[in-house]
Write a protein that binds this ligand. Structure first.
Ligand code: NI
Length: 184
């Protein structure tokens, strides 16, 4: 196992279109996935795409922690660690919702991004089996964010109101002030 170096916004690998994995059961893919999981946990991320660790393949790992799921309006069950190889996404409704996102390739920043609220996704696992599932809310947001990485798209490209993009420290301070006005 190894912690991999994460590419930051501006690096060309993050703008490239990743290529499909020819055989999801390849031992080097299992090793890549293992290292991506270790890297994601070390960086405290909820998801990681292979191009973020300088590997131009269509591989994503993610998990949704129950607390985050609940905080984003989900049922609070979370999603266990999931591996997506050659994923495909299809929106099941035209509805989009704006919500906060960060990215390990853009440390210290966050922005409000519109995403489809209800999607169907399919992907191979490490055993070479293709799964088709549905996702809602924050789970759907994570998948869309990670799969965007495979097409060279970073979340700031999708922000419609750039006044909703900034340093996490400042943005959360402003949110805190809005929720709990000072007593002056
Ligand atoms: Ni990201």
């Amino acid at each position: 196992m190894a912690i991999l170096k994460i590419a930051r916004m501006g690096h060309p690998i993050l703008k490239a279109k990743a290529v499909p994995v020819d055989d999801p059961t390849r031992p080097d893919i299992a090793e890549l996935v293992e290292n991506m999981i270790e890297t994601m946990h070390d960086a405290n991320g909820t998801g990681l795409a292979a191009p973020q660790v300088h590997v131009p393949l269509r591989v994503v790992v993610y998990t949704v922690y129950p607390e985050r799921d609940k905080a984003e309006g989900g049922e609070g069950q979370g999603v266990p660690l999931t591996v997506l190889i050659n994923p495909e996404i299809e929106p099941l409704s035209p509805e989009k919702k704006i919500g906060p996102e960060g990215c390990l390739s853009i440390p210290g920043m966050m922005g409000e991004v519109p995403r489809f609220t209800h999607i169907r996704y399919s992907a191979y696992d490490l055993d070479g089996e293709r799964h088709v599932r549905e996702a809602n809310g924050f789970h759907a947001r994570v998948i869309q964010h990670e799969c965007d990485h495979l097409d060279g798209i970073l979340y700031p490209y999708r922000i419609e109101d750039m006044s909703r993009f900034g340093f996490t420290e400042e943005m959360t301070r402003q949110a805190h002030l809005r929720e709990e006005p000072s007593e002056e």
